[in-house]
Design a protein around this ligand. Structure first.
Ligand code: MLT
Length: 404
């Protein structure tokens, strides 16, 4: 008789954003006239910029002719895209070669899949609160141990609280991890890390022989010069860090799907195994490449026109972030994030739990956000709002909260 992967039974509830979607759908069904403003999931709302649309059309036309038709993509992605990405790294002073860039269908898949190339008994350290994919993918792989309901934590994971007291940047854990997940600018807190502090993490990882999985999906939102756009701006990162990037948040590809992961050739495990080779092997075996049309559109992001247009679009969402941040402050809330990220992290009023605040916000002013506790126990009494709505809806939502 076949047997299921019982690790899945160790997962807690459904995926956070599925739970929220179900709750909102139930409310909308019971209140069909409610004008709900959705500032929950970090999904973009503005159309793709003209340069990307133009390139997508060109790609479609190429597929219509025998001479320009494209079948499977090369394993690592098309060279035209990887060299454009590598050039961008070079301009930031980072040493990343085309050959170290693996194009994929998005940062979510990569951040869920990357754990596969590490040993099953690796100790995993995650921030708390954290993007649930890092936790759940390691639960599925059997690294979590039992779930402790009272603590809201898995026994074998090392949790690194990110709180007001440490300005939402974790301290080094007491026990040594093998795999450390860091995401900056951070989802969900919207806080950034300074280059100096990230350098400390790189030094620490090199010292203890750990790998950092660095999720830089939100780097386009950085406004402060002290914050690094890539972990490879830090010295020594090539021997301890993998970086994951997305085209979703900078260029609006959430429905188009494109991302990439950098695995430096110097990244070796304790026995000298080259992690780049393992990821290449995994990519070749389990993935047949992002569509040609999409990769072509991805390259348009790096052209002068594309750069300027997506800069304006990111600016649009940044304006929303400021409107939320300042509006909530004016309304007397304690607010974090929003300066270098599209997420605003607010403290719930009157010591309400995150889910109590979620329900009240939905029922009383018809606004959807994300409960902080859904990202981990240290997120309790916090709440996340996203800047990815339309400007009009963002302003309406803040007005509703101010007049609540
Ligand atoms: C979020 O809301 O946290 C994001 O949508 C996560 C993601 O990009 O998968």
């Amino acid at each position: 008789m076949f047997k299921a992967n019982k690790n899945y039974l160790n997962l807690q509830g459904s995926y956070l954003f599925s739970t929220i979607a179900k709750k909102v759908a139930a409310y909308q069904e019971a209140h069909p006239d409610a004008d709900i403003i959705r500032l929950g999931i970090g999904d973009v709302t503005q159309p793709l910029v003209p340069e990307i649309i133009k390139t997508l059309h060109e790609g479609v036309d190429e597929m219509a002719h025998k001479e320009t038709f494209h079948g499977y993509s090369p394993d690592l992605g098309y060279e035209f895209l990887r060299s454009a990405i590598a050039e961008e790294y070079r301009q930031r002073g980072c040493q990343v070669s085309d050959n170290e860039i693996f194009v994929s269908d998005g940062a979510k898949s990569d951040s869920g899949n990357i754990q596969e190339i590490f040993s099953e008994d690796s100790r995993v350290a995650v921030c708390d609160p954290v993007y649930p994919v890092y936790v759940d993918s390691n639960v599925m792989a059997g690294r979590s141990g039992a779930y402790d309901q009272a603590a809201g934590r898995y026994k074998n994971f090392i949790y690194m609280p990110c709180t007001e007291a440490n300005n939402f940047t974790p301290e080094f854990p007491k026990e040594n991890p093998d795999i450390i997940y860091l995401c900056y600018p951070n989802n969900p807190t919207g806080m950034a890390i300074t280059k100096e502090r990230l350098q400390d993490w790189v030094d620490y990882a090199n010292k203890i022989g750990a790998v950092i999985i660095y999720d830089a999906a939100y780097e386009a939102y950085i406004t402060e010069d002290s914050c690094p756009h890539s972990i490879y701006e830090c010295e020594g990162a090539r021997t301890c860090a993998i970086e994951i990037r997305s085209f979703s948040k900078n260029a609006g590809f959430t429905g188009v799907r494109l991302g990439f992961t950098v695995v430096p050739e110097e990244l070796k495990d304790a026995d000298g195994v080259c992690m780049h080779d393992l990821w290449a092997r995994r990519h070749g075996t389990k993935f047949n490449g992002a569509p040609y049309i999409v990769q072509k559109a991805g390259a348009a992001v790096y052209t002068p026109e594309g750069k300027q247009q997506i800069r304006e679009q990111v600016g649009y969402y940044q304006k929303n972030a400021s409107a939320i941040y300042n509006g909530l402050k004016d309304a007397g809330y304690t607010v974090y994030g929003g300066v270098n990220a599209p997420y605003i992290w607010l403290k719930t009023p009157d010591n309400l739990t995150s889910w109590e605040f979620f329900d009240r916000l939905l029922h009383e002013v018809n606004i959807v956000g994300t409960p902080g506790s859904g990202f981990g126990p240290s997120g309790e009494h916090f709440f996340r709002l996203t800047a990815f709505g339309s400007y009009e809806n963002t302003v309406r939502a803040i007005d509703r909260i101010k007049n609540w």
